[in-house]
Design a binder for this molecule. Structure first.
Ligand code: UGY
Ligand code: MN
Length: 261
């Protein structure tokens, strides 16, 4: 699937989008409007920048389609900036500190701020799709985060806030060395948050499956697989899953374990 849509003239419905941008508050970015960006270091990749400081985020999210033998062989993030990569589909070889990590669908790798991530496609010439994140690390004296590699298949789904129809997976350790976490939240059809959250933390969320109705700052909107949602600090937020069988699930980042300055 290509997320680029090069319009060949006007047709009914073509110049419409569900995307909504409320800078510093929230944004819904749908696949129909995504464009390729050139980002130094990324070769033979379709890369698009999603959440970023220009939207009000303290992190940057990217959607990357890695083609052929493409990848980033010069090094991503590091020098005080931590990174995280999740494989939506396909297969990559990732390298950190000269160690190789073979990541397949659902595989992920967290790279601490003192190290860089490199990777190359290893999907026998087929595309791989990655959700990629970086954020400047907020140090805490006496603590250093470590490399974390895994696959979501190996992580237990826990009831979210006591609700058995809403399940959460924490991809990173709940350890004060980390200034954020990455979660997957999954709602069975019909399930919802228990209340409208209003919190200081920010999220960048990428929808992995299903459909939902999302409330962002008291506006309800439909969201679908492949959509991206930025939820800024204090943006009121809640959802319920729609559809009959597939859970509505998204991967998202959340800052944690630090005071606000
Ligand atoms: O962890 C969270 O804050 C999460 N429940 N937020 C959300 O799903 N919008
Ligand atoms: Mn939240």
């Amino acid at each position: 699937m290509s997320y680029l849509n090069h319009n060949q003239g006007y047709r009914e419905g073509l110049l419409e989008t569900r995307s909504v941008i409320k800078k510093d508050n929230y944004a819904l970015i749908t696949p129909d409007g995504l464009v390729n960006n050139v980002v130094p270091g990324f070769e033979d990749c379709d890369i698009t920048i999603l959440g970023s400081p220009r939207l009000g985020a303290r992190f940057v999210d990217y959607l990357v389609t890695v083609k052929n033998q493409g990848g980033n062989k010069t090094g991503f993030a590091g020098d005080g900036v931590q990174s995280f990569v999740y494989v939506e589909y396909g297969k990559i070889n990732a390298f950190v500190d000269e160690k190789k990590y073979e990541l397949t669908e659902g595989g992920y790798l967290y790279v601490p701020p003192h190290l860089q991530l490199t990777f190359e496609n290893s999907n026998n010439g087929e595309d791989s799709r990655l959700f990629l994140y970086k954020k400047r690390y907020q140090p805490l004296e006496g603590h250093t985060p470590e490399i974390v590699a895994g696959n979501v298949d190996e992580i237990k789904q826990e009831a979210y806030e006591g609700m058995k129809e809403v399940l959460i997976q924490d991809l990173l350790p709940k350890d004060i060395a980390y200034d954020m976490n990455i979660h997957i939240l999954s709602f069975k059809p019909g399930a919802s948050h228990g209340y409208i959250e209003t919190h200081v933390q920010e999220h960048g969320a990428y929808v992995l499956s299903g459909r939902g109705m999302y409330n962002l700052d008291n506006e309800w909107m439909p969201v679908d697989k492949g959509d991206y949602i930025f939820m800024g600090a204090y943006a009121p937020q809640a959802t319920y899953a729609i559809g009959l069988d597939e859970p509505f699930a998204y991967i998202y980042s959340k800052d944690a374990n630090r005071d606000i300055n």
